[in-house]
Each structure stands twice: as C-alpha cells, then as structure tokens.
Design a protein around this ligand. Structure first.
Ligand SMILES: Nc1ncnc2c1ncn2[C@@H]1O[C@H](COP(=O)(O)OP(=O)(O)O)[C@@H](O)[C@H]1O
Ligand SMILES: [Mg+2]
Length: 255
C-alpha cells in the first residue's frame, strides 16, 4: 500500500493505537518557513495517550518545529494534525487558546515573567482559566512544593539558578494538570545531577497521567530513562524506536 493510501485510510480510522486513544496524530505533515528548505517533510506520527516520548535528532532536524505544531504555535504548510481528536489545522485563535489550556509547555528559554514572583508565574495559567483565588493559592503551593521550590515563592526568576528557573517553568506547566506535557531540550543547559531531578519530575507527571513529549539530544538521559524515541533527520522521520529498542519504522517497512 502506498503511503498516500495509508494516510487517507488513517484519517477515517478511529484515533487509536493498539487500542489506546491517540492524543496526537500527524498525517503527512510538511512545514516550510518561507522559501527555505522544509523544516518538516512528510511526517506521519501517532502518540498514544499516556505515552512518554523523546523527539531526538541533530540540531536543525526539526524537533522544535514539531513541538510547535503540537500546541498550535506554528501551522503546518501541508498535512493534518489532530490533538485529542481535534483538527488543529482548521482551528481559529480562540479554539487554539482553549486547547493550549490543556497543554503544559516548558520552553527552551523558559519564558518566565521576570517582573513577577515565582508564585505569580506559576499562578498565571490558572488566572487565565478564571479559577477562584483560594483554589489558585492551594494548587500553586502544592505544585511548588512538589518541584522543591516552596522556599522561593516570593523571589523573582532572575534571583534563581538555571535549574531552579527550569523548575518554575515545569511547575507552571504542571499546575493545569496537563493532558500533554511538552518540553524543548529541558536538560540542555543543566549539570547531570540537576538534570536527573528534572527528569524525575517528568516521570512523575507521566505516572500521574500526562502524556510527556521531550525534545532532546541528551543521549545519556535517554539511555538512563529508556522510552520511545522518535528520530528526525532533516525534517524526516528516520526512526521510531520503542523502549525495548525495536525500530517500528523499519518493521513497518517505511524507513
Ligand atoms: N522561525 C523560523 N524561521 C525560519 N527558519 C526556521 C525557523 N525555525 C526553524 N527554522 C529552520 O527550520 C529547521 C528546523 O529547525 P528546528 O525545528 O529549530 O530544529 P531543531 O529543534 O531540531 O534544532 C532549521 O533549518 C531551522 O533553521
Ligand atoms: Mg530545537
């Protein structure tokens, strides 16, 4: 069967992988920025609900672009993207905003508000949701305690170390109990001990039900915490290795 035929079949099929609901599905997705070479080229991908997935590959392979497509930060040039069964490609700004409330994003440069305290940074997504004040305080304290920052509530991000800023960014992503937790190179600039603590937070979030998707080229971390690896090379899917080391892409005869 040709890939095109498989794609059109997939679109009419119910959104499951081995009986598990897919939280993210990509059908022949391409992304170009202007006239540049394609950042993503014909990507087909399913991520089941509750999965823990690494997106790996060399710098420039398209990892960050792929993550942006997942939360509607960029639109694909071609192809379809379903998130939790909804077609992101066709969504307007209001519905994208609604979807993002269910997605926790840890940006590569954290994107913390430097004029606000740690508490205020983490409270922000709940304020956007219009939650009640006491409910916000309770949840923010709970999450900041979980990431080990209960001592830093009233500090501003610039008074914190890199590892602590990363924890604030993770707390802000976790505070909404996200359906999907997305992080771009979360251990890129941290020493190994801090990286391990950060990875533990992602593991716990996954155990509590969030689908976790991490872009990384940290090989050490992947071998320490083996999970599914989606490998990109020059915008193409070059491998899809499950946690026991089997390449499903090769098995399917696509690679
Ligand atoms: N906003 C942008 N404008 C133009 N080109 C971009 C933009 N973002 C990424 N690219 C290009 O797209 C390709 C993939 O980039 P990226 O997704 O950042 O890869 P990675 O995260 O794997 O390093 C690269 O060639 C990069 O230069
Ligand atoms: Mg990147």
């Amino acid at each position: 069967m040709s890939i095109a035929a498989a794609t059109s079949l997939d679109l009419t099929e119910s959104p499951t992988t081995n009986g598990r609901l897919s939280v993210i599905q990509l059908f022949n997705v391409c992304k170009s920025y202007g006239r540049e070479q394609r950042a993503l080229d014909g990507v087909n991908l399913k991520i089941p609900k509750g999965d823990f997935v690494y997106i790996t590959g060399p710098s420039g392979a398209g990892k960050s672009t792929l993550l942006k497509l997942f939360y509607g930060g960029e639109k694909p040039s071609r192809g379809q993207i379903l998130v939790n069964g909804m077609n992101v490609t066709r969504m307007g700004g209001a519905r994208i905003a609604q979807l993002r409330r269910r997605i926790g994003i840890v940006f590569q440069d954290f994107k913390l508000l430097s004029s606000r305290t740690v508490f205020e940074n983490v409270a922000f997504p709940l304020e956007v949701q219009g939650r009640k004040r006491y409910e916000i305080s309770k949840k923010v304290f709970q999450v900041l305690k979980h990431v080990g920052l209960e001592h830093a509530l009233q500090k501003t991000p610039l008074a914190l170390s890199g590892g602590e800023q990363q924890r604030v960014a993770i707390a802000r992503a976790l505070v909404v109990d996200p359906l999907v937790l997305i992080a771009d190179e979360p251990t890129g600039n941290l020493d190994q001990e801090v990286s391990l603590e950060i990875m533990e937070l992602f593991r716990t979030a996954n155990a509590r039900g969030s689908t976790v998707i991490l872009a990384t080229h940290d090989r050490g971390m992947i071998s320490r915490f083996p999970r599914r690896q989606v490998i990109l090379e020059q915008g193409r899917l070059a491998g899809d290795i499950d946690s026991s080391g089997v390449d499903r892409l090769q098995e399917a005869g696509v690679a």
